[in-house]
Design a protein around this ligand. Structure first.
Ligand SMILES: Cc1cc2nc3c(=O)[nH]c(=O)nc-3n(C[C@H](O)[C@H](O)[C@H](O)COP(=O)(O)OP(=O)(O)OC[C@H]3O[C@@H](n4cnc5c(N)ncnc54)[C@H](O)[C@@H]3O)c2cc1C
Length: 511
């Protein structure tokens, strides 16, 4: 086996936002860091691909909390990437449009005041329900100190059932009997795979609040975040190696000494951080090294549903650029669309035109996401295909995709008559694509499902039973670029004083 002579302070497995953010924060604290990534492209869900000279995002379409002074804005400033990010702010009076089954469109505006007054215009009789909803969102967000860049002292998940264990659906339906308003308040549920029986209100609050505080598209794709973080890491002496799938670990006296990559290399470090799904982490680092209770708990946890993505390249000047996202439903019980019926699919669509640098009046692409259960593609799960290891999944798989693409186009035609004539080419991805690229078992959209009925079970700690193995990424606190970045902070607090780091972030911002 080939071995690199250097022993790093940290080896990070996976270059998703969580992995890269942990890497840069540690490198800024003078630790030596190596990131090992299995793919050809860094970034995990920040990866993009290009067809017909158009760049498509695969897993990040808009990011919140990016207005000046907001948490992610400050964090990006601290790690030194904010000034180089090319981003486009979505419309102030409408970052998300919720289109219900009868074609009525409701706007979610940025800022609490904008959101409140926009909805009150639509629902003048429902002022109280709208106010109560927003007060709850605001109150919950204040209960998460780190989310507001404050030190978490004495915060305990067990002590706060009123924050963590409230059902979002029950809360919203207790506020109003107006079905349309219920649907509109929960209307961007595809952002967190909102589900009647499981989704906690705190997830809705943390995510909605972030978008109220500055919603932006990344011009020419979200991969710029990963590229800028990698550049920063290299300047700090760190290293990112691609095509390095970690497949095994070598232990000495109960601690990990090195990891083994698929090409037979051995890399040594004092500490290891996994950006992989926790269950995958246990698999790669050896089941026998974790408590049976921990393994069983992870195995029992459900993941969020996966998705079918359709990517359209568009004919020149044939379709307008839309500076907001559209959530379109063919049934108004919007949170029941996760458990869709085959005959009604697609019941819920997320639709966006991507932004380019110097974005003009017309869009050059349109991306659409619909829920898709892994079971739908299970018959092809023996296949594997990525840019690094390309292969064919077969004719029947292509036919399956074509059939699904056509159903999506039909829905788009209802919304944008004549849309078909704007299409240059159609591409699509399935849960298998996410499984192969990200390494999750079922191509899950957002990792482990948060369930208000069993909050403690779905809580994942950054520390593991193995003394020098830690976790980072979307499964620690919540998903999304903001959530996984906060997860990275929780992770590095094991090595860097939290008070000191938070003060530094605030100081850099104020300069
Ligand atoms: C379709 C879709 C749409 C989304 N839309 C948005 C959005 O609009 N806004 C938003 O904020 N969030 C969005 N999200 C969520 C967001 O993208 C994720 O929550 C976040 O990017 C996850 O980051 P992470 O750090 O957990 O790592 P991930 O992105 O999951 O990356 C994990 C990394 O680990 C690597 N890896 C796995 N196994 C190994 C191994 N054995 N060896 C080496 N490397 C390995 C993978 O290749 C990958 O690079 C979306 C997600 C999806 C899937």
């Amino acid at each position: 086996m080939k071995q690199e002579s250097k022993e790093y302070d940290f080896i990070i497995v996976g270059s998703g936002i969580g992995g890269l953010m942990s890497a840069v924060l540690l490198a800024m604290a003078d630790y030596s860091v190596l990131v090992l990534e299995k793919n050809h492209q860094i970034g995990g869900s920040l990866q993009v691909f290009s067809r017909d000279k158009v760049i498509f995002d695969t897993g990040v379409h808009y990011i919140g909390s990016l207005d000046k002074g907001e948490t992610l804005n400050k964090l990006f400033k601290y790690v030194g990437i904010l000034d180089d990010l090319k981003m486009k702010r979505l419309d102030n009076d409408c970052f998300d449009a919720i289109r219900l089954s009868d074609g009525t469109i409701f706007k979610h505006a940025q800022s609490y005041e904008g959101f409140r007054s926009g909805l009150k215009e639509h629902f003048p009789q429902e002022e109280k329900a709208i106010d109560l909803f927003l007060s709850k969102v605001e109150w919950i967000c204040k209960e998460f100190p780190l989310y507001n860049l404050e030190v978490e002292r004495g915060f305990s998940y067990i002590d706060k059932p009123e924050v963590l264990s409230q059902s979002a659906y029950e809360f919203v339906t207790s506020l109003t009997e107006n079905k349309q308003l219920q649907a509109v308040l929960l209307g961007n549920g595809l952002l967190y795979a909102g589900e009647v029986k499981t989704s906690p209100m705190y997830v809705v609050a943390l995510i909605l609040n972030s978008y109220l505080k500055g919603s932006y598209r990344m011009e020419n794709g979200g991969s710029q975040i990963a590229k800028l973080l990698t550049k920063r890491l290299r300047l700090l002496g760190g290293k990112v190696l691609k095509h390095k799938e970690v497949v095994d670990a070598v232990y000495k006296n109960g601690e990990i000494e090195s990891v083994v990559t698929c090409d037979g290399f051995l890399f040594r470090a004092k500490n290891f951080i996994s950006n992989m799904h926790p269950l995958k982490t246990v698999e790669v680092f050896g089941e026998e090294n974790f408590r049976p209770a921990y393994r069983n708990r992870l195995k029992k946890l459900e993941n969020t549903v996966s998705s079918f993505m359709v990517y359209f390249s568009l004919k020149k000047e044939s379709f307008p650029y839309i500076n907001h996202n559209i959530y379109a439903y063919s049934k108004d019980e919007v949170w029941e669309t996760v458990n869709y019926s085959d005959t009604e699919w697609p019941e819920a669509l997320f639709i966006c035109t991507s932004a380019t640098v110097n974005q003009g009046e017309f869009a050059d692409s349109l991306s659409v996401m619909a829920y898709m259960d892994y079971e739908e593609v299970k018959e092809w799960e023996h296949t594997f295909s990525t840019v690094k290891d390309p292969s064919e999944r077969g004719e029947s798989y292509l036919e399956f995709k074509k059939r699904k693409e056509e159903l999506v186009i039909k829905r788009l035609e209802e919304m944008f008559p004549g849309f078909r004539s704007s299409i240059k080419n159609v591409y699509s991805s399935t849960p298998l694509t996410y499984k192969d690229y990200i390494g999750t078992k079922d191509g899950s959209l957002y990792g482990i499902k948060k369930d208000y009925n069993q909050i403690m079970q779905s809580k994942i700690n950054t520390r593991t039973r193995v003394p020098n193995l830690f976790l980072t990424g979307q499964n620690l606190v919540f998903h999304g670029i903001l959530g996984a970045s906060i997860g990275a902070m929780v992770n590095v607090f094991c090595f860097i004083d939290d008070n000191e780091l938070i003060n530094k972030i605030k100081t850099v911002y104020e300069k």
